[in-house]
Ligand binder design. Sequence first.
Ligand code: HPA
Length: 277
Amino acid sequence: MENYTYEQYRESAEALRARLGSFAPKVLLILGSGLGALGDQVEDPIVVPYAEVPHMKRSTAPDHKGQFVFGRLSGKDVAVMQGRLHTYEGWSFADVSYPVRVLRLLGAETLIVTNAAGAVNREFDVGDIMLITDHIKLFGVSPLCGPNIDEFGPRFPDISHVYTPVLREAARKAAENLDIRLREGVYMYFPGPQYETPAEVRLARTLGADAVGMSTVPEAITAAHCGMRVLGFTLCTNMAAGVLDQPLSGEEVIAAGQAAGPKFTALVKACLEQIDP
Ligand code: HPA
């Protein structure tokens, strides 16, 4: 596993700063499958492909563009990641969460992260949006493994409140104003790329999970470690394996992401309006 040095994060931040001039993003948005369209709505965009950021790995997942879009969205200075990195692509947890620390060095204080996931909670429906209240990660090492970089945060961070309560409250208000039914629950990380077995989904349910997916948790832990506020949303693109008697497919996930895209986009923009800086 590659451990990045503080110097490497700084080099990446400096490279971006050279592209951004005086623009300083306050909010980092990491958008999941089928939800990247929000990046196209950024005003006065400055687009930087990940390939042009020193040390940063590239996303190879379908439907993920692999670029930052910097600019204004809902009156906030944002950095949108169109396409994220996943561990199932072969990247380490540190690779996947690398951009979070880079953006932290650029002054970002808030992470908004979205994903597509399978609904474990039988009361949920396909197309539902779930506000993430907490997560479960039992698989793989932590993105914080390796020498601790004290400049980012402590060796043993408290992560009792990864998903910031005031932001969750803002999300509830935003959903109410938009008349969107917002589910709430626990997201459980699975490494993928295979979907879960029905037995794994039963296990997840027994442990208290409401949705299962292959992303988000590395970035959220890294953000919490370096003192960022985190808001996370899951789009339930399918019922998790075994809930219904039908096979899962990547096409179904992307189609559900696209179908819910406008609703999801409206919600994230309304949240941006609600939160300070
Ligand atoms: N499991 C894991 N990840 C997913 C799923 C799922 O059912 N649907 C979309 N991403």
